[in-house]
Design a protein around this ligand. Structure first.
Ligand SMILES: [Zn+2]
Length: 283
């Protein structure tokens, strides 16, 4: 039986977890992902920030591909065509906003799934995959608010936040398992023992674990509002969405979106400020 290593669900917005076999991780590492990290602090063209990225986009996408397949096999997809069409329409308008902004390629294809669960959540996966739960669509009062959720998720894609976070969380993960792997009797595993050890050391050296950081969240919020504006949605509804999340969080059932997206009231305030500063609206 293959032992599975569970990545922190924070790779994504919300709860879904990526299960990868240890071998898959080691193969990825052996494929050269350990070594380029000194030179892989790159500047993201859309956000202008420096990023420490250990995995290439292709590698991240292939890891996400198997996780996405698993998710779609395990989680029911909605049979409600009205709901599905609503999400697809808002998605396509929002992504066109991002295209107008020049942040995503024109006419790229996206795989959008609407999952039929109460989760108040949405997420993106590398490789142009978007997951939206029925629960979050029910929280939104209008398409502008839904666009705000989807624009935010697009912002995570454009900011390459998953790649950055996957890198760091893999480091942390591998450092935890390095000792186990070092004593593995399997030839294939022990062959890569040194590389794993080096990576574990690097992880300890950096000494950081980054969830979607506050910086990522605020960046995604701002990008999302830019895309809403380009798409002709009412950007002020993004503030209202966070107020709704905030109001919802005092009930017994806290939206899962909030577990990875803290401080809704602060974020509403930051968005309000951004919207005013950009001149999108006066509020
Ligand atoms: Zn987020």
């Amino acid at each position: 039986m293959t032992e599975r290593i569970e990545f922190d669900g924070r790779i994504l917005d919300g709860a879904p977890r990526i299960n990868m076999s240890r071998r898959a991780i080691i193969t990825g590492i052996a494929a050269g992902t350990v070594f380029p990290f000194v030179s892989s602090c790159t500047t993201n063209p859309a956000t202008g920030t420096n990023q420490l990225v250990f995995f290439g986009d292709d590698q991240v996408a292939s890891m996400a591909a198997s996780a996405w397949t698993d998710m779609k096999a395990q989680t029911p997809v909605t049979a409600n065509t009205g709901l599905k069409n609503r999400v697809l329409n808002v998605w396509s308008r929002t992504i066109q906003g991002a295209e107008k902004e020049g942040h995503v390629p024109q006419g790229a294809s996206w795989d959008v799934a609407v999952f039929d669960t109460d989760d108040v959540n949405a997420f993106v996966m590398p490789g142009n995959r978007v997951g939206v739960y029925r629960g979050i669509t029910e929280l939104t009062e209008n398409d502008d608010q839904l666009s705000s959720v989807l624009g935010h998720e697009t912002g995570h894609v454009v900011g390459r936040h998953a790649a950055e976070r996957l890198s760091v969380s893999t480091l942390a993960q591998v450092s935890l398992t390095a000792s186990q792997i070092a004593i593995a009797s399997n030839d294939e595993l022990s062959k890569y023992g040194t590389a794993i050890g080096a990576l574990g050391g690097a992880a300890m050296q950096f000494g950081v674990i980054l969830p979607y950081s506050r910086r990522h969240e605020l960046e995604a919020d701002r990008l999302g509002v830019d895309y809403m504006h380009q798409a002709g949605y009412d950007v002020t509804q993004s503030v209202r969405l966070w107020e709704l999340m905030d109001a919802n969080s005092s009930g017994q059932r806290q939206p899962e979106f909030l577990s990875t997206h803290p401080d809704p009231a602060n974020r509403a305030a930051a968005l309000r400020q951004y919207i005013n500063a950009k001149g999108y609206a006066l509020m």
